[in-house]
Design a protein around this ligand. Sequence first.
Ligand code: 7TS
Length: 428
Amino acid sequence: MNPPLEPTTPTAKRSPALDPYALRGDFPALHQEVNGHPLAYLDNAATTQKPEAVLEALLRYYREDNANVHRGIHELSRRATEAYEGSRARIAEWIGAEGPEEVVWTRGTTEAINLVAASWGGSNLSEGDEILLTEMEHHSNIVPWQLIAERTGARLRYVELDEEGRLRLDQLPELLTERTKLMAVSHVSNALGTINPVPEIARLVHERGALLLVDGAQGAAHHPVDVKALGCDFYAFSGHKLMGPTGIGALWGREELLDAMPPYQGGGEMIRVVKPDMSTWAALPHKFEAGTPNIAGAVAMRVAVDYLDRIGPEAVLEHEQSLVGYALERLREIPGIRLYGPPDPEERSGVVSFSLQDAHPHDVATILDTEGVAIRAGHHCAQLVMRRYQVSATTRASFYLYNTREEVDRLMDGLDAVQSIFGSTGTQ
Ligand code: 7TS
């Protein structure tokens, strides 16, 4: 019999300052050449690279323990169930949940938000009710609400952004009305890097008797998360943004809320009894997990969380802020560059977003790619942010725990190359 899956010890030890050079050894994908240059991977807001321990956990699960969960009484099924449920318990503990029944496995943040919008929204919203969103949101935290608003007759309202990429919290007292049933806000903006003051927002939202959902896609990976301290009612996040696999993530919700919500999808595993004309539901969290789940993904996500936790989210944030500070300092040297987001690195996590006057962000990204520097250009699935600043796209570099100052220098060298190709007539 194989011992239950244990996380492999990462190279890093928990310490206030992390050493990106030592950590890089754990990430095989970082050690390659792209277009004849060593890869500088600066697209971590899109997805992060995976440490060896996570890759090993995936392979080991499939090699040794692969079976369906909660179904068989045979040894492999027992092991798979233990690993799957063990991961849930670990995630619950990591985010400060009351217990594992408050953690629902999903495909990621997007599915977690769709679950709440469809299930909670479908049974709690009616004509004239209001959902409060912000201009900062990723499409994943807008479109599910539009869909449910259309079905129920609820109305969407938006908190605006100020010039420097912060939420206009001064608008909250007016926007939160007796009709507001829920506010949905990102913990950290993927397009601007802004960290939102969630506890303060939660207090105002609860004073109005509404609920608060936090889109933690960019939060959990870069920022310490304690759902109790944040004071929210739902928290959604993705494994792949925190070094775990794609296709796995979680929804945390307060137990009494999840308990009162109807199932989101129907199928195997989410039922108690099925009769020809009706069924009853399994207990939490299984009520929301129809069908065979991403077992390997859940098992490996736990290993990613263990890795992150050993390093310490505080150290990760501190490292990212120091890279952002350095990047902003250097970017500001480019004449007339337009930078988005708060000027103070302390107000943001590891994202810098900017535009150059003479080169379209897609051209910038293409030229940087020829230099081995991976960044993202586009609207970042945040078209309301683009609309707010009247641009169609920005260039975005996003950092993680394994990025170095030398990689910021590589970005700057790449931007020099862009300017020499497009002419140095300045930037907008
Ligand atoms: N919310 C935010 C704030 C995000 O940044 C993302 C993904 C999502 C939700 C959706 O997460 P998923 O795992 O369900 O896809 N953001 C990005 C990005 O910035 N570039 O690519 C994906």
